[in-house]
Design a protein around this ligand. Structure first.
Ligand code: ADP
Length: 505
């Protein structure tokens, strides 16, 4: 790799990986794409090409699905002892940690996020889900079921359930946490005994490919258990979602594409799990530790440049503390150092792509036009070729404004005050969205905290914190934020079928 393109000193493996040809991974081998074409991968901090990847299409997907089908039907993975499976899954976690530096650099170069954040959050969270799931490999159990069987008096039956792998899984992932989203998908599917075709996002395919290379080089997975096809959504994602030999599709991304995938999956009624968009409220009561709430609310929206499905993008603060809170967040926003993710001093990198930059800039302009008051940021700059948007705080927003209603997926927060209304009214306002992914409530009153947690219609409620994730905690959405849960033992429901067996004794 030409150092003048990267401008940064990188781990040797990163240089080698970027400069070499990146193929598709099908049936345990690196293969050329049917199209013979590749697509460019850029550094969002410069807009310059840093790598190219194979442009997979429906024929490649077909080959990959058939490889996954063959591996599943052969039992090479499913029938392996659960203890052996668990050891392999654990080993993948260890390999991720061993390659922390290079995976963090790839993530930063590809997605734009600060390399220190990738090294401290994305990579260790990715290894941890493998370790957490490794433990479950030996603990997926059914139940014995006592029965009544009213219409066969005197008969004796023994009934029990088996929890079996759902089969071949198509997994389509987004660009905001490329490695972590791959880990959230691969780890539980392997644990349940499934085989996989993974389609990374076209903006950020590098870390998932490098992880696959690391797993391949370790020689720990039987061929066909994990297949990876890079390419665009319509060319590679769509045929995966509709393929008749795929038993289940797991998707993380926009609500719009989630709906398309659901339709595509209906051909063979494959199982579908979706982790989609959000417009999460951060609700600050006047009794809260206000300094902690200000710092927490700022991090809720600005972490990962606001490119989090659970970003705290709607801020509600009680009118008694509204000015202090909004000004406090504005001050933090103004002091955030925006720059290339690979620079050590950078606190917020560029947005992932020009498309995302234009979208977020459009929302900022719509907020200004609709009467929102910009009290921090509001500016964006791509003159260097990078997609930089400054952290932005809008005060004087209301529920009718476009930027309050729609998911922005950028570092833009919309603040609104509330008065001494009932908790019911505050919760109604917070729930006034088609989404239901997450929320945070900031108060010292334990009763208010629990009452609000019950009233919020979202898959996650944080109290006096935001963006707290753990492999053990289920994550997913109510309403248009999705179906099913990622992580925790809940995720295993996405990847298993339940069979009831009844034996006439
Ligand atoms: P975003 O809007 O955040 O860019 P998307 O929802 O468009 O995210 O993309 C998330 C993932 O879905 C990516 O891997 C993308 O390639 C894929 N994708 C996009 N369109 C389709 C589609 N029509 N069918 C299947 N996958 C798609």
């Amino acid at each position: 790799m030409d150092a003048s393109i990267l401008n940064y000193k990188v781990n040797d493996n990163v240089g080698d990986f970027l400069s070499k040809e990146k193929k598709l991974y099908i049936a345990g081998k690196w293969v050329d794409p049917d199209s013979g074409k590749s697509f460019d991968v850029e550094d969002p901090a410069t807009g310059k090409k840093i790598a190219s990847c194979s442009a997979g299409n429906s024929k490649d997907i077909d080959l990959a699905v058939k490889a996954a089908r063959k591996a599943f039907d052969s039992g090479v993975w499913t029938d392996m002892s659960n203890s052996e499976k668990g050891k392999i899954i654990w080993k993948i976690g260890d390999l991720i940690d061993k390659h922390n530096e290079e995976l963090a650099q790839l993530e930063s170069l590809d997605n734009g996020k600060p390399v220190a954040v990738a090294g401290a959050a994305d990579v260790p969270l990715s290894s941890d889900i493998f370790r957490y799931m490794a433990g479950w490999a030996t603990k997926i159990e059914g139940n014995t079921i006592p029965y009544s069987c009213l219409y066969t008096p005197g008969a004796k039956y023994h009934s029990y359930t088996l929890r079996e792998p759902v089969g071949v899984c198509g997994q389509i992932i987004p660009w905001n946490f490329p490695l972590l989203m791959a880990a959230w998908k691969i780890a539980p599917a392997l644990t349940a005994g499934c085989t996989i075709v993974l389609k990374p996002a076209e903006q950020t395919p590098l870390s998932a490919l490098r992880l696959t290379e690391i797993i391949h080089d370790a020689g720990i997975l039987p061929e066909g258990v994990l297949n990876v096809v890079t390419g665009f959504g319509e060319d590679a994602g769509a045929p995966l979602a509709e393929h008749p030999m795929v038993d289940k599709v797991a998707f993380t991304g926009s609500t719009e594409v989630g709906k398309i995938i659901t339709k595509a999956a209906s051909g063979n009624l494959k199982k579908v799990s979706l982790e989609l968009g959000g417009k999460s409220p951060t609700i600050i009561f006047p009794d809260a530790d206000i300094d902690a709430a200000i710092a927490g609310a700022a991090s809720a929206i600005f972490f990962n440049h606001g490119q989090c499905c659970c970003a705290g993008s709607r801020l509600f603060a009680h009118e008694k503390v509204f000015d202090k809170v909004s000004e406090g967040i504005a001050k933090i926003a103004e002091n955030i150092k925006v720059g290339p993710g690979m620079e050590a001093s950078t606190e917020m990198g560029p947005l992932v792509s020009d498309e995302q930059y234009q979208k977020v800039a459009g929302y900022i302009e719509s907020g200004k036009t609709e009467g929102g008051e910009v009290i921090a940021g509001g500016n964006y700059d791509n003159s260097s070729g990078g997609h930089f948007v400054h952290p932005t705080v809008f005060a004087k927003t209301n529920a009718d404004m476009t930027l309050v209603k729609e998911e922005i997926f950028g570092p833009v927060v919309c603040a609104q005050p509330f008065s001494d209304e009932s908790l019911e009214k505050i919760a109604n306002e917070a729930n006034n969205t088609n989404f239901g992914l997450a929320a945070s409530v900031w108060t010292k009153d334990i009763s208010v905290a629990h009452k609000m947690a019950a009233k919020i219609r979202a898959g996650t409620v944080w109290v006096n914190c935001h963006n707290i994730f753990d492999a053990s905690l289920p994550f997913g959405g109510y309403k248009e934020s999705g179906w099913g849960r990622e992580m925790g033992h809940e995720v295993l429901k996405n990847y298993t079928e339940v069979k009831a067996v009844t034996v006439n004794l």
